[in-house]
Design a protein. Structure first.
Length: 223
């Protein structure tokens, strides 16, 4: 194996994290977009967990947690200083903020998404629970351009996919919601070519088809 292999799902926020971090770290990797209803045997042979993202390293080791993939990638190469290494106290602060996102907020987000899909009456309850986290994000962005400082960090890219998901659940409601700083933050990140590159849509992978080799300066299909 010449480059790491990433098993991924285009719209999964955890998988978006992984693709963003590998792209931000300017690392070459092979991207395999899958259907979770038909998981490839090659993927299940590596990890019975069967979830995405799954990053298989050149030596055969693997990482199956999105935040761990992000940290691994940025420890390999962090050209944009997303770990804010000049101020080490920021790293535990970022991890604390991401932990709040990954635990309490995502739990409420999952309920909100499911209830909105089935038009359950509990939609406003879980939306309000999500908003307690969004209010903190909005306040942070009133103090500086990004979540930690006036420069981008690991926290921005780790949390972005889940704020994006919230904004898509009730699009009309979100457009009217009073979150000007979050909307500006989202717009800035969406306009970054890094995000566009991470969200390119590819055919589903199987071992009889071409694979996608993502390179920092080029994206090519290999026969």
């Amino acid at each position: 194996m010449s480059v790491p292999i990433l098993y991924t799902l285009r719209q999964c926020p955890y998988a978006i994290r992984a693709r963003l971090s590998l792209t931000l770290a300017e690392l070459d990797f092979e991207q395999r977009d899958i259907d979770l209803r038909q998981k490839p045997a090659e993927m299940l042979d590596i990890s019975q967990k069967g979830t995405v993202p799954l990053l298989v390293l050149e030596n055969g080791d693997y990482i199956d947690e999105s935040l761990e993939i992000m940290i691994w990638a940025l420890n390999k190469n962090d050209p944009h200083n997303l770990l804010l290494s000049h101020s080490p106290h920021f790293f535990p602060e970022m991890l604390n903020l991401i932990a709040r996102n990954d635990h309490k907020y995502i739990s409420a987000l999952d309920h909100y998404k499911a209830d909105a899909r089935y038009h359950n009456p509990e939609v406003p309850i879980y939306r309000k629970l999500c908003e307690s986290f969004l209010t903190d994000i909005e306040n942070r962005l009133s103090n500086h351009q990004y979540l930690m400082t006036d420069t981008l960090s690991l926290a921005d890219y780790a949390i972005l996919p889940f704020i994006r998901q919230f904004s898509h659940i009730e699009r009309q409601w979100f457009r009217q919601a009073d979150y000007p700083n979050i909307k500006h933050w989202l717009k800035n990140l969406y306009q970054d070519p890094i995000f566009s590159k991470a969200m390119i849509k590819y055919p589903l992978w199987d071992n009889s088809r071409s694979t996608v080799v993502n390179k920092y300066n080029d994206l090519t299909m290999t026969d």
